[in-house]
Design a protein around this ligand. Structure first.
Ligand SMILES: [Zn+2]
Length: 271
């Protein structure tokens, strides 16, 4: 179990380390990941003076994320994109790796005050960067996104986004705008992207998505009206698919994949 926190337990306690460089984490090989134990870290790390930030506790040990420049070669290790490891990690490991990447990104993006331009400093008590001149706090940024699988009987609406790397289809997703509710954002995004009205919403779950700072908030939503009309910019193709005739969809390690799997399982049980 990983417990997020920002203060180390004590100077003398056990520690483990997550090394981050240019958005990638240091792993012992290409297909597994765990935080480095202190002895391994001290032995292998070429940059012991790199900035370190406590991000929580794992198995009673303080867990530190370490920011390293330029992805140096580290004997016996590889730099890896967390997205490539997602399918292989349990919840605790994913949570700590995700938090490590987000904390580092936030630190890099808030080295200076956005109001006066002065250098910020780490706050003593809180996980915050602080501008002493303005007395302004900068906390790790989260960008909430809503993701929704629209269902219509035994069909669901899946769409292909212009930015997807592969030929797969997924649930619709979008950022929640300032001043919007989650429900309002969901209805707006669906209308903008595919021209559909949705009715009853059912909360499904959430997922930290540190690429770089999203919090995905997932729903199933019932179709309420309209014909599919894609916006042609963000969404290039969308259609209704029967639960047993789906195109290629995201893996179950993502919230989108879980939304789709849950819908399929419900209809398999009915069938
Ligand atoms: Zn300032």
């Amino acid at each position: 179990m990983f417990i997020p926190d920002h203060k180390p337990l004590s100077e003398a306690g056990d520690s483990c380390f997550i090394a981050v460089s240019q958005g990638q984490i240091l792993a012992p090989d290409q297909s597994s990941w765990a935080p480095l134990e202190e002895s391994t870290w001290r032995f292998s790390n070429p940059q012991l003076q790199a900035p370190q930030y406590c991000i929580g506790r794992y198995r009673g040990a303080d867990c530190f994320v370490v920011l390293i420049d330029d992805r140096p070669d580290v004997y016996g290790h590889h730099w890896i994109d967390l997205r490539r490891l997602m399918a292989l990690l349990d919840e605790a490991h994913y949570q700590m790796a995700a938090r490590a990447l987000q904390v580092i990104q936030w630190k890099l993006d808030h080295r200076f005050c956005g109001r006066c331009g002065a250098k910020t400093v780490s706050h003593r008590r809180e996980m915050a960067s602080h501008c002493d001149a303005c007395d302004l706090f900068f906390y790790p940024r989260l960008s909430p996104c809503v993701i929704v699988l629209i269902t219509r009987g035994d069909h669901c609406l899946l769409a292909r986004n212009a930015n997807f790397a592969g030929p797969f289809f997924s649930a619709l997703a979008g950022f929640i705008e300032a001043g919007e509710t989650i429900e309002g954002a969901l209805q707006r995004e669906v209308m903008e992207e595919v021209g559909i009205e949705v009715g009853q919403l059912k909360y499904f779950g959430s997922q930290s998505w540190p690429f770089p700072s999203q919090l995905m908030i997932g729903f199933h939503a019932a179709y309420a009206g309209g014909d599919i009309e894609v916006d042609g910019e963000e969404i290039v193709e969308a259609d209704w698919f029967r639960y047993d005739e789906l195109p290629q969809v995201p893996p179950e390690t993502s919230l989108a994949g879980q939304l789709i799997r849950h819908f399929v399982a419900q209809h398999n049980n009915i069938g």
